[in-house]
Design a protein around this ligand. Structure first.
Ligand code: SF4
Length: 365
């Protein structure tokens, strides 16, 4: 059983993978002397057709709803701040039971709605280009707090139900594998949120023990590697984790994954955006048959880092393609709402400090 996060008195039924929740409910229903079909009716209200409170389960008798509220309270993530970008991107800052805050970003694109979710409050890894890394580690999230980010979106508006999930919000998911693994089951299971495994991507800097655990999962979940550098020395300059799990070891582990992986590559002016970088990156990508996602640098990381200009990004991508590598340049989404992970929490906390101190000047984005 997973230890509850501080501030919660115990695990909730929403922390359990669907088969365990099902067994728990079947036992409870039997102990109450209820017909066995009630267990299935109750179960679908956890994830498949979620409700905010048991009072909303109008297909169940009133007395049963009241008993469920006592036996299986349904915790929520409180929406502290919601920002809508002019490009349709929506960013959520969720307040957790113990006061911690995490972020999710919903990115609509045609019929696809990708939700970028958090797996930890803060992050210990301190990548130089990342706002979350600058705030440091707070704690791991529980399975409910991870999958609950999707549940809240569905509760708010079923039409916004995410079609794709990426673990690219706050935190390093493979440093919280104990909770991320059951959360993946909840996200993917037809009795959970029912999102296809190929539409769920776990992004990691390359935590080797976690990668080994992830590789053992039989579902076709996707793996993305936050590469961001083409040599070990260069990676060490922007990602301290390189000391523990170096570039070559990460590439070897990704090779052993035996499924197509994606490299995430943030372009940082004068750091990792030369022609020589493009050639080395092409070599790494060809070795693994990897796709490359090129990302513009968002504000919020180390102030001395500057973004690579758009023409240079295009030339870099072209150089990769000329060497047979599939490369996509991601548009910056939600720049007007601090949409890079960690930015919103940092801004909201700064604003509260200023309000507390009586400052009145507006915040810069
Ligand atoms: S990029 Fe990811 S792993 Fe690195 S500090 Fe940010 S949240 Fe942590």
């Amino acid at each position: 059983m997973i230890a509850p996060p501080p501030g919660l008195t115990g695990t909730t039924i929403l922390d359990l993978p669907p088969d365990e929740a099902s067994a728990t409910l079947a036992e409870w229903v039997q102990a109450q002397g209820l017909p066995s079909y009630r267990a299935g009716q109750i179960h679908r209200r956890l994830w498949a057709a979620p409700i905010a409170t048991w009072d909303d389960a109008t297909d169940l008798p009133l007395a049963l709803r009241s008993a469920l509220a006592d036996a299986f309270p349904l915790p929520r993530l409180a929406a502290d701040t919601v920002q809508q970008s002019s490009d349709g991107t929506r960013k959520y800052l969720w307040r957790l039971a113990d006061g911690e805050a995490i972020e999710s970003v919903l990115i609509p694109s045609g019929s696809r709605r990708t939700l970028c979710i958090s797996s930890q409050a803060g992050c210990a890894l301190r990548c130089a280009f990342c706002a979350t890394g600058r705030m440091g580690y707070r704690r791991n999230l529980s399975p409910f707090e991870i999958a609950g980010q999707v549940r809240e979106i569905v509760l708010e508006n079923p039409e916004d139900r995410p079609t794709n999930i990426v673990f690219m919000g706050m935190g390093e998911p493979l440093l919280n594998w104990e909770a991320v693994s059951p959360a993946l089951t909840i996200l993917n299971s037809p009795d959970g949120l029912g999102i296809g495994a190929r539409h769920i991507t776990v992004s990691t800097v390359g935590i080797l023990p976690g990668m080994a655990g992830f590789a053992k999962r039989p579902e076709q979940f996707r793996l993305a590697i936050s590469l961001h550098a083409t040599t070990s020395a260069q990676r060490l300059g922007i990602m301290p984790i390189e000391k523990k799990y170096n570039l070559e070891a990460v590439l070897k582990a990704a090779e052993a994954f035996r499924r197509r992986v994606t490299f995430e590559y943030v372009m940082i002016g004068g750091v990792n955006d030369s022609d020589a970088d493009a050639d080395r990156l092409a070599g790494h990508a060809r070795r693994l048959g990897a796709l490359v996602n090129i990302l513009p640098l968002h504000p919020g990381g180390a102030p001395e880092l500057t973004p690579t200009g758009a023409p240079r990004i295009r030339a870099f991508a072209e150089r990769l393609r000329n060497q047979g590598v599939e490369a996509t340049v991601r548009r910056s989404r939600g720049l007007d709402i601090d949409a890079a992970c960690g930015q919103l929490r940092v801004e909201v906390e700064r604003r509260r400090v200023r309000e507390h101190e009586g400052a009145t000047e507006p915040l810069s984005p």
